[in-house]
Ligand binder design. Structure first.
Ligand SMILES: NC(=O)NC(NC(N)=O)C(=O)[O-]
Ligand SMILES: [Zn+2]
Ligand SMILES: [Zn+2]
Length: 458
C-alpha cells in the first residue's frame, strides 16, 4: 500500500508537463503513472486542475540563528518557505552569531536548527580572513560549499562575518578547489562602492536613488571580472549570488563558454521589482546589489529566457522592522524578505505573464540548485526514487498578499499588496504535508526538516 497518492495533477517534469498520478512510499516517489485510481494509499491528495512542481530548492537564505533569532529563525523562516512551496534551503553563513566559519559555529547552527525546520536544509560555510584553516574541517563536517563577500556585508560587532581580502580570496579558492566545493560570491567592488557612498554622504545625499547610484552595475562587473580571473588561475568552481545586471550575466556566461566551472543566480526581486519600487516602498525594497531600472530588468528576463541564468534564489535577508526605518537610506538594513513568494513570483511573472515554460522555471528553482550543490538526485526533480518534495500550485487562483499571511519572523515583504495570479495550495516534504491551503500543518514528530550533509556534486 502507498503512503500517499496525489492524483489529477499536471506534473512538471524536467522537460515537459504531463498529467500523471504520483505514488509515495517511505518519503520517496515510487510510482508516476497515468492513473493510480485503483491503488490504495493511506493518504490521498486530489490535485485535479492543479500543477505539481518539484519543491523549490532555495540556495540562498539568511536564517540568523544562533543569537540573532529576533531577526529571523529556523522555525519562522522555514514556515515561510513551506508556505511558498520550497522544500529545501541552504542557509548562508552570516547574520547569525557566531557566523558559520568554524566547525564549532556550524555545530551551534545545527543545534539551533534541529527539530525546528519545516523543510529540509543544508548549510553554507564562510570564507573569511584568518580562518583558511577552517575550510577543510568545515568541508569534512558537511557544508555544501563556501560563501565570501567581496564588499562589506554589514552587521555589528567583532564576531560578525568579515569581507574577504584579495589574498584570502585567492588562497581560499586554491583550497576550495582541492576540497571540490563551490565558492559562492557576493560580487560588488568594495573600493568603488565605498568611495561612491562617501561621496554621497559628503554631499548630503541619502535617498533611495542615491544609494542605488553608489552601487552601480560597473561595481558588480568589476568584482565578477576579478573573481573570474582568480577562478581561472586556481580552478575553483564559482557561484555568483544575486546577480542584478545583464552585463554581469554576459561576463559570467562568456567565462563559462571558455570552460570555467561557474554558475550564477538571480533573485525574484531583480526580475519583479525596479528602482521605482525602491523609491515608493522604501527600505523594505532595499538590497545589495540594488534594484535596477525597468530596461535592465527586461534584459535580465531575456538572459533568463536564453538560458544564461542557472538558478533563482530568494536571498531572504530580513531584519527587525525598526532597522528598516532610518531617514537616511544608506543607514537602513539591506535585505529583502521574500522567502514566501519566490515560486509564485516566478510562475506568475515568468510563466503566466511572459509565457516561459514551466519546466524551464522549475529547472531554475529546483533542479539546477540541487545539482550544483550536491543535493541531486534526492532533491530537485519529480522522478522515481527521488524524495517526494512537492509544491502543488493552483494557476487559477488569484489573490492579493496580505501581511497576516506571511509566516516569517517579521510580517513585512515588498510583495505585500501585490496581486498574484497563482497560489501554492500545498507543500509536501518527503511525502509529509507541511503546508495546506493558507495554513501551516502543526509540527509533528515525523514532519520535521532534516539536515542534508553534503555528499557529492555533479
Ligand atoms: N548581510 C546580508 O545578509 N546581506 C544580504 N543583503 C542583501 N542582499 O541586500 C546579502 O546577501 O548580501
Ligand atoms: Zn550578498
Ligand atoms: Zn544574501
Amino acid at each position: 500500500m502507498l503512503d500517499l497518492k496525489i492524483t489529477g495533477g499536471h506534473v512538471v517534469l524536467r522537460n515537459e508537463v504531463r498529467r500523471l498520478d504520483i505514488g509515495v512510499k517511505d518519503g520517496r516517489v515510487v510510482r508516476l503513472e497515468d492513473s493510480l485510481a485503483d491503488e490504495t494509499a493511506a493518504q490521498h491528495y486530489k490535485a485535479d486542475g492543479m500543477h505539481v512542481l518539484p519543491g523549490m530548492v532555495d540556495a540562498h537564505v539568511h536564517f540568523n540563528e544562533p543569537a540573532m533569532g529576533h531577526w529571523e529563525g529556523f522555525a519562522t523562516g522555514s514556515a515561510a518557505l513551506a508556505a511558498g512551496g520550497c522544500t529545501t534551503y541552504i542557509d548562508m553563513p552570516l547574520n547569525g552569531l557566531p557566523p558559520t566559519v568554524s566547525v564549532a559555529a556550524m555545530e551551534s547552527k545545527l543545534k539551533a536548527a534541529e527539530g525546528r525546520s519545516k523543510v529540509d536544509y543544508a548549510l553554507w560555510g564562510g570564507l573569511v580572513p584568518g580562518k583558511l584553516d577552517q575550510l577543510e574541517p568545515l568541508a569534512n563536517a558537511g557544508v555544501i560549499g563556501f560563501k565570501a563577500f567581496m564588499s562589506e556585508p554589514g552587521g555589528d560587532g567583532e564576531e560578525r562575518f568579515q569581507r574577504v581580502d584579495e589574498a584570502t580570496l585567492l588562497e581560499g579558492m586554491k583550497l576550495i578547489a582541492k576540497l571540490n566545493r563551490v565558492l559562492a560570491l557576493h560580487a560588488e567592488d568594495e573600493a568603488m562602492t565605498v568611495m561612491l557612498a562617501e561621496r554621497a554622504a559628503s554631499s548630503g545625499k541619502g535617498g533611495a536613488l542615491d544609494y542605488a547610484a553608489s552601487r552601480p552595475i560597473a561595481a558588480e562587473c568589476e568584482a565578477v571580472r576579478q573573481a573570474l580571473l582568480m577562478a581561472e588561475q586556481t580552478g575553483c568552481a564559482l557561484h555568483f549570488v544575486h546577480i542584478s545586471s545583464a552585463a554581469a550575466v554576459e561576463l559570467i556566461h562568456a567565462a563559462k563558454a571558455q570552460g570555467l566551472d561557474v554558475t550564477l543566480e538571480t533573485c525574484p526581486h531583480y526580475l519583479t521589482l525596479t528602482e521605482d519600487d525602491m523609491m515608493n516602498l522604501g527600505a523594505v525594497a532595499k538590497c545589495a546589489p540594488p534594484l535596477r531600472s525597468k530596461e535592465e530588468q527586461e534584459k535580465l528576463w531575456n538572459a533568463l529566457a536564453a538560458g544564461q541564468i542557472d538558478l533563482i534564489a530568494s536571498d531572504h535577508s530580513p531584519s527587525p522592522p525598526e532597522l528598516k526605518q532610518a531617514e537616511n537610506f544608506f543607514k537602513t538594513w539591506g535585505g529583502i524578505a521574500g522567502a514566501q513568494s519566490s515560486l509564485e513570483l516566478m510562475v506568475d511573472e515568468g510563466h503566466i505573464k511572459r509565457g516561459l515554460p514551466l519546466p524551464l522555471l522549475s529547472q531554475l528553482l529546483s533542479l539546477n540548485p540541487a545539482r550544483r550543490f550536491g543535493l541531486y538526485p534526492r532533491k530537485g526533480e519529480i522522478a522515481l526514487e527521488a524524495d517526494a518534495d512537492l509544491a502543488i500550485i493552483d494557476l487559477n487562483h488569484t489573490y492579493t498578499l496580505k501581511s497576516e499571511q506571511l509566516e516569517q519572523r517579521h510580517a513585512y515583504s515588498p510583495y505585500v499588496g501585490r496581486t498574484f495570479s497563482c497560489h501554492v495550495s500545498a507543500t509536501f516534504v518527503r511525502g509529509e504535508l507541511v503546508y495546506n491551503h493558507s495554513s501551516l500543518v502543526g509540527a509533528r514528530v515525523d514532519d520535521q526538516g532534516k539536515w542534508l550533509r553534503y555528499s557529492s556534486r555533479l
